[in-house]
Ligand binder design. Sequence first.
Ligand SMILES: [Zn+2]
Length: 1043
Amino acid sequence: MIKTEKTLHLRSCRGRTVRVVREHYLRERVPCCSALCQADCDNGAKVLPGDLTHYVVPDAEVVADYLEILEFRELQGIVFTQTACQALQSKGRRYYNRLRSLVKDPRHDCVLFANEFQEYSYCPREKGETQDQWMTRCVYSAAVWYYNHLAGVMNIVMITEDQDAVARYSSLNSGVFVISVQEYLQSFWPDLKAAHELYSSISQVLQEKEGEDSEKEFTEHLPAEVLEAGIKSGRYIQGTLNVSKHRAQNEASIMTEGLSTKNADLSSGVLVFGGKNRNRAVHGDVVVVELLPKSEWRGKTTALSEGQADEKSEDEASRPMPTGRVVGVLQRNWRDYVVTFPTRDGTQSQSRNSQRILAIPWDRRIPKIRISTQQADALQDHRVVVRIDSWESTSLYPNGHSVRVLGRAGELETEVQTILMENCIHVPPFSDAQLREMPVNSPEKPWTVDSEQAGRRRDLRDTHLVFSIDPRGCEDVDDTLSVRRLAGGELLELGVHIADVTHFVAEGSLTDLEARTRATTYYLADRRYDMLPAVLSADLCSLLGGVDRYAMSVMWELDARTLAVNKVWFGRTLIRSSYQLHYELAQALLNGDPADVPELAELGSEEKDARLAELTQALELLTHVARHLRAQRDRGGALELEGVEVRAQLDEDRNITALVPRQPLEVHETVAECMIYANHWVARKIQETFPYQALLRRHPPPRQELFSQLVDTAEARGFTVDTRTNKALADSLDRAVDLEDPLVNRLLRMMATQAMSQAVYFSTGAQPQDQYYHYGLALDRYTHFTSPIRRYADIIVHRLLTAAIAVDAGAESKAPANNKEVEETAHHINNRNRAAQRAQNLSTALFQCLYFKEKDPQTDPRCVADAVVYAIRDNGVLVFVPEYGLKGPVYLRNREGQVAAPGPDGGCDWQSGSVRRHQDQITVSSAGGSATFRLFDHITVRISVHSTSCHADTLNLELLQNRPHHSAEAQQDGPGRGRGQLVQEVVRLAEEAQQREARPRLSREEREFSQSRTPNLYSLLEEVRELALMDPDRLAQLCMTTA
Ligand SMILES: [Zn+2]
């Protein structure tokens, strides 16, 4: 090792440059991280493959300015030098962290080379050399070292934007190619169009940066150390900026929750009013505010604004509250934003070869973003993904650059992509490298059970009658069941056998990382994006009938009489499901109705009868056990909110032809109960083995004050709802039934759902044990174990269970992850689940709008529907439209001050008049008379689309008549009928439009590996559940069967 000295020029927080001399140790051996290494470098797990055409070494400036391009997964063989990393570090922590995660991520083919510690690649700075020149020389020297170290068998390309360096180093004949970024992309990645576009977009911004005007629009942010000292002393307050959705221009607040606030006044947050006070902070940023003098405090605006259907009553919100101004930003939380390039009207500024456009973000909470582009005309009315680069105090708007064009606003594909992007959902087709990890199962090379695996697993193939019960046509069968009598009938054995996904998805593999990133399968109105590649989700992990499959099993030995648990066995098994039943078929067998079991079709009548009797007996036994389990939980106070009430009818292409009502089948509950039981016992097992590192799911009890609306509403109809305990709530909801109008009970259950908190995953080490409780299911411990194909939480739980089983077998107790890691994962999955819900809600709303956009509301009878009032507001009512499963405000007084006055025939039109609101009713008076609207009243509304090209369209509900829609009685189709047709029709219209334009459709691979246009039945049922809950805003968060 050689000791030398290295001079560093560090910049202090105050902006001064400090010269520091450090001892610097040079080594001969620094890992090269290449598979081609002949020198026995001590390379880690991640190495650059040897079969590439070249390795590329970007210089410090390229890494700093064009990191986004280097982030393309298509780019391979990237060597990041220590020099470049350090340069990036000085640009800001955010950039440095991005590079770090890039280097760590095995899906990205790049490594870090500690060039400044390598004896032969290190070069000290020379006299007269600028910092930039020196860094470029260091990177060049590193590139040369690679060329020599790998004995010239790999082409090494250095990329730099310094034209002098290109000229100087190209002439040295060292074996290294030195070229510019643009030349590099053109020569090596000519087809990677997205990277080329991003390059020109970024270089445009870099050019524009020079010559900005310098007049100040905002006050400067204070330096970090001043902010920190101010927070400590209590002068400043730190929090996350939350911009009001409906008054984004002016209103924002700082949430101080979880922060120590010495000032009790601040518990409801700090208001930041107006753009100047917001001082360039963007929604989501962590900011520091200073309170204004009390005389300048103000209240939030309370009037119901257009398109607002907030549930929360804002009665007391208008009094003045602590108000402040932003003095600094601690952390920018900028993400990728979808913007719309507005229609050009010639007023935007133009310079020689580029134009500056004020693009309008889809999310109303985000300010307009100034983009420099040469494509301003071509991109008119297009949705484009952009990133914010900076927001200087001299600029009214932040500056950004475009990343990628999504398409023309208003088209189905563009809008769906917008929804995904806005929720940070990235679901690219699974890469080749990921798919190479997958086992093969093809007609030529069928997958078979591995004999070594078979030896290690409990083989249930000949001993247990295993079967599955799922919705009709289900492809991804996560779960199967078995039940049998033991010991001459004294004992029962119940088994739940779950797809052994973790056998195929090794921890840390590319597939695992991708699944973790996605965290869940995403279900949109017309498609789904799977968490796992199809070869697993629809084939090898799917517990299909008649084939050998690996499973993870829980088996209980129960006392046949009392059903008390004697013992529980957890372990890996080998199963062969005998029957793949669907719910209706299973119920028919239980009811003794004639039923055709496809698996028995070929058999002679004697054998058929015997096997049918065996199967029916098993189903009966299962029902018996499940009833008992359910009764046990009911005594504990489990809540039944809205269950599944309609079923999807599919044609042979598995398109939805209708959603038809059906009787709730007991067998649904039976299956759900067994799954809940398995989840509960696995939760107990992993929590007992790993008290501080297990992943569980808890459902906090609702806050009582949120129930007040429910209680008041029920009272208006003469019902008493008792919310003191979950048991009391469940019982009183059961009693609140209006025989005249079944919607009353459903609306009440919907409100109960809304008052509920959300169930969340957590690490057992991060909560005291009394917080583990699952309120909805009335269980002290709960987790997710039964759907590893579509939920990443279940994959983690399978690994925890495997580790717990190993401990039982005598292994050293070692949790797969520590508390902090489990808590981080839980946080990530919770976050992704919320994104999945939002995306699903948005896509539902999108389909509703696209459906109604095609219709003339004045003439089309489908635009007129029955609606039920479920809340009263100052200037109108909130209604639910059962036919289409949508909710929204109906205004009784418009902006012009006119009121919707009913005439003698019940028809309504706008006239001058007044509205008066009471507790649970609102009265409209005009010259023609008056009308009162009460909770649960049925009215007739007209549905039309309110279009705004830059944001999502919204639906407008307009009062037509203050009486039920005339055909409401006749429509016995059940809820959601219209919705199923709606999705279908919109898809058909979009496809027709696509054919007209002859654009390429999705490739076969895209369909197979990441996308399915037709939803599977699971997603339909989820959708239907949502309808049953009648709450597009907070979707099925509480469908009890999957909670
Ligand atoms: Zn090496």
